[in-house]
Structures are given as C-alpha cells and as structure tokens.
Design a protein around this ligand. Structure first.
Ligand code: MTE
Length: 307
C-alpha cells in the first residue's frame, strides 16, 4: 500500500516477484516458521465452536498467515511485523474503550469483552488491496453481539475503530508513513452485518501480535486494510469517521473499500488476485465472493463514486 513504488511495475507485481520469483526464500521462511513459528509462545489455545462458517477452499498455511503481514506500526515490509511485534506488543492487560453515541459507554477488559459470547471459527476469504489474498480460519464473535451491549442510540450512524499507538511498543510509529493512530470505520449496518467479526484468534489459537492481538476486526467483503488490528477504542459516531488510508491517499483508498474487480486502484488493476501459496492468478469476485450476503447494503449506491 505504501506509495513509494514508482514506475511501470505495480506494487502487486513487486509482491509477486518477491514471493514467487524468489520462491526459495519464501520456502525457507516457511520451513523456519514451521520449526519455530514466529511468536507462537505468545499464543494460547482457544475454546470455540468449529464449523460456524466454513469455506470449501484451501486454507493459507499458518506460516504464511503469521509471517506475511501488513501492520505498519511494526514496519512496512511484509516480514517486519512477525520479526518486530512478538515480544514488543504487550497484549495483557488489554482494555477497549467504547464511547460516543450510546447509552452505556464504558471500558472493558479483553476477557470481559469476549466472555459472554461463544467464540466461533469462521473461515473467510481475505483480499488485500495489493491484489493478493488468503483464506484464514478466524476465531471470534460477531461484532454486532458486542456492540449491542453498549446500546448505540439513534444518532449512531457509524462506528470508528482505533488501534493502539505506543511508540515504545511500536517502532513503526516513529515513521510518518501514516497519521497515527491507525483508525478505520464502518457504517452502522456494515458493523451489524453478521459476517463482521471481532477476531481474537486464528487456527484455533489466540492471535499473534503480528495479526493484531488481542482483538482485531475482520470484514471479509472489504479490502484488508479495513480489518484494523489491536483495537483500543470503539466509538459510535453520527458522521462518517476519518480513516487512516483515506487520509493518507484519498484518491486511492475510499471509505467503503468494498472489494470490487470493476474499480481499479489508480495505480493497478483489481480484476485479479494472487492467492498466497498459488501460482496462477484468480479472478477477484465482487464483494470478495460475499455479494449474496452484503450487496443489499449498497443498493442504489454508485460504487464507482463511493469506492
Ligand atoms: N491495522 C493496523 N493497525 N495497522 C496496519 O498497518 N494493515 C491492514 C490491516 N489492519 C494494518 C491494520 C492491512 S493493509 C491488511 S491487508 C491487514 O491488516 C492484514 O492483516 P493480516 O496481517 O492479519 O493478514
């Protein structure tokens, strides 16, 4: 996503070259991760219901999911978060503040936020705006179930999310690559859509720091950057919240960011994607394949103008 690549090769192509032309290096990285998965010591097993939402597609390996990440607070290279976040990001204790347009604002500790709900596994397709994708078995709770507890009022039209921004723990914050803290937003109906997940784990284990421990958002029909990591604040708002990538490059990253093969990013096509671990590109599906569930949310909107 970084705007530093110039010239004829799209950033997605650079990703491809890194991963697939330099395949040996990637395989070595995977082998190393299998022997000593990065940061595994920090994750514990979760008790969850299997099979809540499944997908008949090959899952991306745990190694790739935990070593090929975007988490700019820990560096802009895909390998940086797995190297830098484990041991640095302190995930206990963890508090999420919930405020804004609601009857019961407050702060909640991680355990309390999750406790009343049965964790479930949901295997989701994830599509990054950089034209690569993964299939990830997340563990979490529907965001709607959590939000309802705070009793959003009739002025609550949007939900804003904020990531921790601590330069002591997050070396990437010293660089001005984004305007910290990282923020994201959803319209209220998107936040309440049953697919929207507050994830606390993947592959049956607690999230690793590089994946956004201890709590992150997962919105499978939107480009990956909407899935904000390590959330410390949730705010109900009347007006559309500012989002980190939209502030940084408004022509390139809109508020909605629905996966849309018909709307190119200004510098590369969104028509196809490289599934991590596969060689041939796949066609990108409208709403990342979740159109049946979510297209109705956008009825009547011009999705080219509101990208
Ligand atoms: N959240 C924060 N706080 N900082 C980030 O840099 N990157 C986003 C998103 N959430 C990001 C973030 C992007 S661009 C992607 S593609 C996904 O996280 C990647 O999530 P993953 O590393 O768990 O696959």
């Amino acid at each position: 996503m970084l705007i530093r690549f110039k010239g004829d090769i799209a950033p997605s192509e650079i990703t491809d070259q890194r991963l697939y032309l330099d395949r040996r290096r990637f395989l070595a990285l995977s082998a190393a991760a299998t022997m000593f998965p990065v940061g595994r010591a920090e994750a514990g097993p979760l008790d969850y219901a299997k099979g809540a939402i499944t997908l008949d597609e090959k899952m991306t390996t745990l190694e790739a999911v935990t070593t090929y990440n975007n988490y700019y607070e820990f560096g802009t290279d895909k390998e940086d978060p797995a190297k830098t976040a484990p041991g640095r990001l302190k995930t206990t204790p963890w508090t999420v503040w919930v405020e804004g347009e609601c009857a019961k604002p407050g702060k909640v500790a991680y355990d309390e936020l999750i406790k009343p709900h049965r964790l479930e596994e949901r295997i989701y397709r994830m599509r990054c705006v950089e034209a690569w994708s993964m299939v990830i078995p997340w563990v979490g709770v529907p965001l709607a179930d959590v939000l309802k507890r705070f009793e959003p009022n009739s002025r609550a039209k949007y939900v804003e999310f904020t990531t921790l921004a601590d330069p002591e723990q997050m070396p990437g914050i010293r660089s001005r690559v984004l305007d910290w803290p990282y923020t994201e937003g959803l319209r209220m109906d998107e936040a309440m859509q049953p697919l929207t997940l507050l994830a606390v784990g993947l592959y049956g284990q607690q999230l690793l720091p590089q994946n956004g421990a201890p709590i992150r958002l997962v919105v499978p029909w939107k480009y990956g950057f909407k899935s904000i990591k390590s959330i410390v604040k949730i705010r109900f708002t009347e007006t559309q919240p500012a989002t980190a990538w939209n502030k940084s490059a408004p022509r390139e990253y809109g508020f909605y960011s629905n996966v849309n093969p018909a709307v190119d990013h200004p510098r590369w096509s969104q028509a196809k994607e490289r599934r991590i671990g596969e060689f041939l590109r796949r066609e990108t599906l409208p709403f990342n394949g979740y159109a049946d569930q979510v297209a109705g949310l956008y009825a009547g909107m011009d999705l080219k103008a509101q990208f």
